[in-house]
Design a protein around this ligand. Sequence first.
Ligand code: FAD
Ligand code: MLT
Ligand code: ZN
Length: 485
Amino acid sequence: AFAGHLPPRNAGFKKIEEQDRAFFRSILPEQAVRTSDLGPFNTDWMNKYHGKSDLVLFPRTTEQVSKILKHCNDNSIAVVPQGGNTGLVGGGVPVYDELILNMSAMNKIRHFDSASGVVVCDAGCILESLEETLGAEGFITPLDLGAKGSCHIGGNVATNAGGLRFLRYGSLHGSVMGLEVVTADGTILDNLSILHKDNTGYDLKQLFIGSEGTLGIITGVSIWTPPKPKSVKVALVGLDSFKNVQATYEKTKTHLNEILSAFEFWDKESLKLVLSHSIQGTRDPFDDQYPFYVLIETHGSNAEHDDAKLQGLLEDLMEGGEVVDGVVAQDESQSQSLWGLRESIPEACSKAGAVYKYDVSMPQSVLYQLVEDMREHMRSKGALGSKVTDVIGYGHVGDGNLHLNISAPKYTDEVQSLIEPFVYEWIQGHRGSISAEHGLGVMKGAVLPYSKSPEMIGYMRKIKEAFDPKGILNPYKYLPLTESK
Ligand code: FAD
Ligand code: MLT
Ligand code: ZN
């Protein structure tokens, strides 16, 4: 089996025994303690990381989470917090036999205030369900992801997920108003603030946003939601170079400014993959194929006004020669099929059998060069077309966020060593980040020094030790390993 760079099991962690299971049964309903058919909980979305846990707990309340963690901390039992298990860096599945604390049974909306747009909910609410409930009230979630049908809002906060509307509504560091968190020893930190402004000391919730289950279990989320736009427009354009993708972005910002909500790109190779697997009935939008595609979306309040702006942009782009072809969706179903092309790419990438994902951010001018250099690197090693099926690029170009994906028939140490450290050295050399939005998990803890200095990592360790001195929460992940942990 593919192992990547896995550390050995920490012998300091206790193996779960019958008396532990008996304790969990004493505080949880029967169906909340699961000991069989655990394959899906031990396997990640990419089928790349596999754990060997024989216990999954499904707490219903924050108090139950607190009792579970106190028992685990007292007995040195390692714990993996798990949301919808859609993470792409192996953070939500065990490395060895860690207890899985799955949050899906905590899925209630607690409170919604339409005056402020702030919703307070359990961490296990599925993003799409939250979006549907808010939609009925005239609001939307500030983030949207292709994984919305499965991922949890708690998992989104734990990974500081970015996604498809980040460009417009910004980071969760801005939209999360408060969190309820249970720390490793069972302490409940109730910081479910609904206030937009609150300068009363260190803003602890920020530490948990993007902490990937290493500092505490997020049980409740208070989050600001924007009003549902009255008008949504979607256009797709075909382009002949990445330089023109950049030029199109510059013009799009000028023309659409306050109504721009998404600017996503993908390359010809991504489209070919999607069409060859005809995921969700996707169809080629144009008669010809182009080296690059850009999807532009607007969220506005006046359809006529938004239409005029979008038309003005497209005319300017055609006249200037930045785009070669373009289509504007005429109704919601056409919008959805254009979005379908973009949202099907992650699934299409996995179809070859295995996919190595590199989610990186860089100055926009060099964003696509990494894909071209990786392709050339694979070709020079004689790997393209054999050990490696495709090298493709897509992503949130407005955020300087590239998704470099390398698909292959299977996960092997040989392919991984063709990609790494080449990819990380390249990113470091261009002052980029080795993780733009997917996080670190088990995949990137060891390579964090490519993006963070020893001093920064030193302070990150001190934070970890303050919240989780025994290191029971999501071990072997997130930080480079030391001798003891
Ligand atoms: P999981 O995968 O279950 O867990 C992720 C991490 O968070 C793990 O480390 C886990 O331990 C921790 N965790 C989960 N819940 C909690 C909790 N309640 N408390 C503490 N820790 C917790 N990401 C983006 O940023 N942008 C995208 O556009 C995007 N699109 C995606 C599209 C697809 C098709 C897929 C499969 C994934 C995509 N992702 C994207 C990856 C992204 O990280 C996840 O989809 C999402 O944020 C993870 O949520 P989850 O509930 O599935 O968490
Ligand atoms: C996306 O933008 O589609 C996601 O981050 C998932 C991925 O990178 O595959
Ligand atoms: Zn993404």
